[in-house]
Design a protein around this ligand. Structure first.
Ligand code: AMP
Length: 330
């Protein structure tokens, strides 16, 4: 099987990235706040590839640890002083505001590797590929492009596979391409149990199972296929749920017949609402951008100051759904 890499512009950027990695003895890798498997997978997967390829380099992973993703990896945090002599690479993060961790601005050289739309340019080298299913796919693609110079380890393969599975929702989302499947197949040739990993990723805590029932019961859908639920702090605390546990329920409404786009609005301790927006057609990231957010065309996040702003966001999504023409009708 021949694995095809993408276009020449990307290949030049990838060459620059590898040459820059080779130049530095110390490398710190960051990713976005509120990490998901792709954030940790791309960050720690890249760290493992660098360690396996260049054993003399010092490689750190920065950002807060997330208990529910500890089965992937825990961070190896650098001290502040390390930044002045380090290369910083940020994976899976569209804007500087969302980079998790501190001190990254002290680094002399930065690289951004990301698959989100380029809303905020940063980094001396910026490799953005919005056609990639996940940032983990891009990291695996970097390895495939330079197979003679980079070494994939079993642990790196496990982490990158987890990132791809996470961001494609088990290869279901539109961004899953034949190249995603080829890359995943190449990763599966390494020694890790994809069954154990998938089973672990499918595990939900009992309170999250209860939350699923609550969401399905209370979810409301309007005439244009736009659904929503508001999760108040009171509801969350009654169920023993924290904001980060809502990861387990975000994709759930997508399987309800008639639902085209939806929002899960999670009240925060400070009083505003985290808006987790998803869609099966109408583009929602421009709406998210107007409300202190951003993200992918069909999976975005935003912030609403209060319930009035939640209503405005829902009205805007409803407009997008009303004007949306399904692909087969184009
Ligand atoms: P989430 O609902 O947090 O899983 O986010 C879905 C997508 O939107 C991810 O690709 C996030 O990186 C992006 N996203 C979420 N919140 C924001 C935000 N406040 N600003 C920019 N992008 C965001």
């Amino acid at each position: 099987m021949t694995l095809q890499t993408v276009n020449t512009k990307d290949n030049t950027l990838k060459r620059d990235i590898l040459d820059t990695i080779k130049k530095w003895d110390t490398i710190i890798i960051h990713r976005h706040q509120r990490p998901d498997p792709d954030a940790i997978g791309s960050q720690c997967g890249l760290a493992e590839i660098i360690k396996a390829s260049f054993p003399d380099k010092q490689v750190y992973t920065a950002g807060s640890d997330n208990d529910s993703l500890a089965f992937l990896q825990k961070m190896k945090q650098p001290e502040k002083e390390v930044y002045e002599k380090a290369l910083v690479i940020v994976t899976d993060t569209a804007n500087v505001k969302r980079i998790d961790g501190e001190h990254f601005e002290l680094a002399k050289e930065w690289i951004k590797i990301d698959h989100h739309p380029k809303d905020d340019s940063y980094g001396d080298i910026e490799w953005v590929n919005t056609a990639a299913s996940s940032c983990s796919e891009m990291i695996a693609d970097l390895w495939i492009t330079f197979k003679d110079e980079l070494t994939m380890s079993d642990e790196a393969a496990r982490l990158l596979y987890a990132g791809i599975v996470g961001d494609t929702n088990r290869f279901l989302y539109q961004a899953t391409s034949s190249y995603t499947m080829q890359i995943s197949a190449a990763l599966m040739t390494f020694s890790f149990s994809h069954t154990a990993l998938n089973n672990r990723m499918n595990v939900i805590k009992p309170p999250v199972a209860k939350l699923m029932g609550y969401v399905l019961d209370k979810f409301s859908i309007n005439d244009h296929g736009v659904g929503h639920i508001i999760l108040t702090q009171e509801t969350l605390s009654k169920m023993g749920i924290e904001d980060k546990d809502t990861n387990g329920i975000v994709s759930l409404p997508g399987s309800i017949e008639g639902v085209l786009s939806w929002g899960i609005f999670v009240e925060q301790v400070e009083g505003h609402y985290r808006c987790r927006l998803r869609s099966k057609g109408p583009v929602i990231n421009e709406i998210a951008k107007n409300h202190d957010g951003g993200g992918h065309p069909l999976a975005s996040g935003a912030n609403a100051m209060n319930q009035e702003e939640v209503e405005v966001i829902l009205a805007e999504i409803t407009d997008a759904a009303r004007n949306w023409v399904p692909e087969e009708e184009n």
